[in-house]
Design a protein around this ligand. Structure first.
Ligand code: CP3
Length: 334
């Protein structure tokens, strides 16, 4: 996994799945029974247990620690809950609210995150499985903070961009600073790769993307301790800004299933590895069919300097476990 991220020679691409620890697994649902999602993120034993489930039950080749992109947000003095997606009690819409956001003291705000990472590292080191950390990108975090929850049109967010750009800029600056500290602290606690998730940046057209997303990705990429942990950049639904995504020069670009691998190989110009990109819904297919899709993705990604097999977005609650198993077996059979 680490060699693939850095573009060093490997026998075959490694495999893991975004959202591999989640509700599609009966064993996850069992541990989650009677506990809220947020409490589970804070419960080191439970979080460690579900992080390891995909490794032990399915044989994934990376472990991502169990948490959410919103975990550090209460440390900025924002009240949130999950139902099941994040809900912000008091959506951030004014200059005063943005100014009031604090940079969290991460060690006291989310001590459990670092404890989970340290524990996981000691559990998996002997098995030569790398540990992944992650964070939400500023635009996606801002999208939920301003809307108050997920949204179809993101009108409040776009309104702020258009009518009060300086408030939006301050919000993104503050989230960028927090994200850099958060990811570097995860690396200090043992994360060996970090992935930045920008789930909603694809709602922007290219000019807006260049203004409201790209500079923040570049800033994060330049301030992370990448000697110690390569950076994977994931932007969902963003085939129209592929050049911009690759211009960040992260170590890996994680492609969604709408992105053409050929085109990604061209954009990467041998400088960046690729991750992806099976449509999560394809895991409902037969094992033979999944094997063919995996072979075709791997063949297309072959000319890239490195490839990590993954989905184009996270596992869904309705994803069949058998499909996940077939996906991993197909990857290991390459
Ligand atoms: O990949 C992993 O296995 C690690 C854990 C992880 C979770 N969320 C656990 C989770 C990761 C990496 C995330 C990232 C995340 N969270 C993103 C970015 C990636 C993406 O999927 O686009 C976003 C946008 C969120 C915000 C979020 N958290 C939503 C929209 C939801 C609800 C909808 C859903 O897909 O479940 C959550 C809750 C959440 N985060 C759950 C899990 C396992 C479900 C909680 C439960 O058990 O009820």
């Amino acid at each position: 996994m680490l060699r693939s991220c850095r573009g060093e020679p490997v026998d075959r691409p490694p495999v893991w799945l975004m959202r591999q620890a989640g509700r599609y697994l009966p064993e996850y649902r069992k541990v989650r029974e009677g506990v809220s999602f947020m409490d589970m993120c804070k419960d080191v034993d439970r979080a460690v247990e579900v992080s390891l489930q995909p490794l032990d039950l399915l044989g994934t080749e990376a472990v991502i620690f169990f948490s959410d992109i919103f975990t550090p947000i209460p440390g900025m003095d924002v009240e949130i809950d999950f139902a099941p997606g994040p809900i912000v009690a008091d959506p951030i819409r004014t200059a005063a609210q943005v100014e009031a956001l604090r940079q969290p003291d991460l060690q006291s705000a989310v001590p459990f995150v670092f404890e989970i990472l340290k524990t996981l590292r000691s559990e998996i080191d002997s098995r030569s499985i790398p540990l992944l950390g992650f964070a939400g990108a500023p635009f996606t975090l801002a999208a939920y903070l301003v809307e108050g929850q997920g949204s179809k049109n993101f009108s409040f967010l776009k309104n702020m961009m258009i009518c009060e750009p300086e408030i939006m800029r301050l919000l993104l600056d503050k989230l960028t600073e927090m994200t850099v500290s958060y990811l570097n602290a995860q690396i200090d606690a043992g994360a060996q790769v970090v992935q930045l998730f920008d789930t909603w940046a694809g709602i922007l057209g290219r000019d807006d993307y260049r203004e409201w997303v790209l500079p923040y990705h570049k800033k994060i990429a330049s301030q992370l301790n990448r000697e110690q942990a390569p950076l994977i950049l994931y932007v969902n639904n963003a085939a129209h800004v592929m050049e911009e995504i690759f211009s960040v020069e992260s170590d890996v670009v994680s492609l969604d299933w709408r992105m053409n691998i050929d085109e990604a190989v061209r954009c990467a110009k041998g400088r960046v590895s690729l991750q992806g990109n099976l449509d999560p819904c394809s895991l409902a297919a037969t094992p033979e069919c999944i094997r063919e899709m995996v072979q075709s993705i791997a063949a297309e990604a072959e000319p890239a300097r490195g490839h990590v097999l993954n989905l184009g977005h996270g596992c869904l609650p309705e994803t069949p476990v058998e499909g996940v198993r077939a996906f991993i077996e197909a990857a290991k059979g390459l």
